[in-house]
Design a protein around this ligand. Structure first.
Ligand code: GLU
Length: 449
């Protein structure tokens, strides 16, 4: 059976590179085995969830190369959660509790003072129908807790291997709040069942939820109903802090605006904190072919924005023309010169936007910088006849070397300034045939061309 996975963000902000890590690992996992990738919006919190965030998340994923096979919104699926809650109530696994947050806090403090673990004492399980009626008459509304089975829950984690959590060490989790709204746990399990999710791949901040969720899967669908779990390590800042949705700087949207390449974000998001070196990739398929859960470590995965920037540039330096062609065309760079232009300039790009400036140098008008007029005049007179190719630069400058005795920077730099108007740039052997004789001659005469 091909795997079915889901990426389940809450649309309460933009996604950042740490969220992208989860999305990409899921996507790579199913790409290889031709499985399905479901985008599930965890938007049961209707007050904080926003449609524009959901749309932006979809756009960010698409930019990264992830197009989901299906998109579901939890806010449209309350009927399923209500039915599951009814089933749990009927089985005696969901019970009403009336304690206020203050009461629970006081109880926890007493437990701690006595050296006991701060676990909910299940007092509500002992309430009679009269007790409940009396509490409700006071105006209290119940929240609903899932009655855990005090068993050790075991699973074979795709990343962490044999794992276990003793459910007896946990409080019965609240699934439904006083106001009837659902916390994340129940809708998540209900949807994972309904959508036949085969593998739950997510950050290790969710390890602690796994015992409860396995019990919920089994309470709703029988023993063995839980999918396979895999919990990857989280990306952190260089100082080891978690990335937060609110630190907008690392949002996918911002990285994109800064001109960072999507494939660099993907490589950095996935490979950071694995035993594989972070390196440029040419496609998500290529990354999928080499990604291996056994390479994901349990150590922190420190994310370095400077490394991402370098990786982005290196991604461009190795990008084949076919991958760049449509994007070049969007800058008006098309036609017979486009491929040679790409090969001449890609090694000098920091971001893709830089192509615009270099296209201006070869096809537009620039103001030449003439520093050593006599030498430049001699160079102009020595310009070979066309047709020009990659070898022209070498032939021309060899000639000038013999003629003037100049070499190295003294030979090349004044030519670069005159021909490109810039201090630095791509190899002139590649640029010169693209600039062409007419423009070169004009520039060497000091004319804007
Ligand atoms: N909405 C949850 C989150 O963003 C999903 C967790 C899960 O994958 O189960 O953390």
């Amino acid at each position: 059976m091909p795997p079915i996975v889901r990426f389940a963000p809450s649309p309460t902000g933009r996604i950042h590179i740490g969220n992208a890590r989860t999305a990409l690992i899921n996507f790579l996992f199913v790409t290889r085995d031709r499985g399905r990738f479901i985008l599930r919006f965890d938007d049961t919190d209707v007050a904080r969830s926003r449609k524009d965030y959901a749309e932006a998340i979809e756009a960010d994923l698409e930019w990264l190369g992830i197009v989901p096979d299906a998109v579901v919104h939890q806010s449209q699926r309350f009927g399923l959660y209500d039915a599951a809650a009814a089933k749990l109530r009927a089985a005696g696994r969901l019970y009403p509790a009336y304690e206020t947050a203050d009461e629970l806090e006081r109880r926890r403090k007493r437990q701690q003072a006595r050296g006991l673990p701060p676990i909910y004492d299940r007092a509500a399980l002992h309430l009679t129908a009269e007790d409940r009626a009396a509490l409700e008459a006071e105006g209290r509304r119940p929240h609903w807790r899932f009655r855990l089975d005090p068993a050790v829950m075991r699973w074979d984690d795709l990343v962490r291997g044999e794992s276990h959590i003793d459910a007896a060490s946990l409080s019965d989790p609240v699934l439904i709040r006083e106001d009837g709204t659902y916390l994340y746990t129940l809708p998540s399990v209900v949807d994972d069942l309904d959508l036949s999710i085969s593998h739950i791949i997510r950050g290790e901040d969710h390890v602690t939820n796994t015992a409860v969720q396995i019990q919920l899967f089994e309470a709703l669908a029988g023993s063995g109903a839980a999918p396979v779990f895999g919990h990857h390590n989280l990306l952190t800042t260089a100082s080891g802090e978690g990335l937060s949705k609110r630190s907008g700087a690392l949002s996918i949207g911002t990285l994109r605006e800064e001109g960072i390449e999507a494939l660099a974000v993907a490589a950095c998001a996935v490979l950071t904190g694995t035993s594989d070196a972070v390196h440029p990739i040419q496609s998500l398929e290529a990354l999928a072919a080499q990604f291996n859960f056994s390479h994901v470590s349990r150590n922190q995965a420190k994310f370095d924005p400077a490394e991402l920037k370098t990786l982005s540039a290196r991604t461009l330096h190795q990008m084949p023309f076919e991958a760049a062609q449509a994007r070049l065309a969007a800058f008006g760079i098309a036609g017979p010169k486009a491929e040679a232009f790409w090969h001449a300039t890609r090694a000098n790009l920091e971001t893709f936007h830089d192509v615009a400036g270099w296209w201006g140098v070869v096809a537009g008008e620039i103001a030449p910088l003439i520093e050593e007029a006599d030498f430049i005049a001699a160079a102009r007179r020595a310009l070979p006849a066309e047709p020009w190719d990659q070898a022209t630069w070498g032939q021309w400058t060899n000639l000038l070397k013999t003629e003037t005795g100049r070499k190295g920077r003294a030979l090349f730099h004044p030519l670069r300034l005159a021909l490109t108007g810039r201090e630095q740039g791509p190899e002139l052997a590649g640029l010169l045939p693209l600039i062409g004789r007419a423009k070169a001659e004009a520039r060497l005469s000091g004319r804007a061309a």
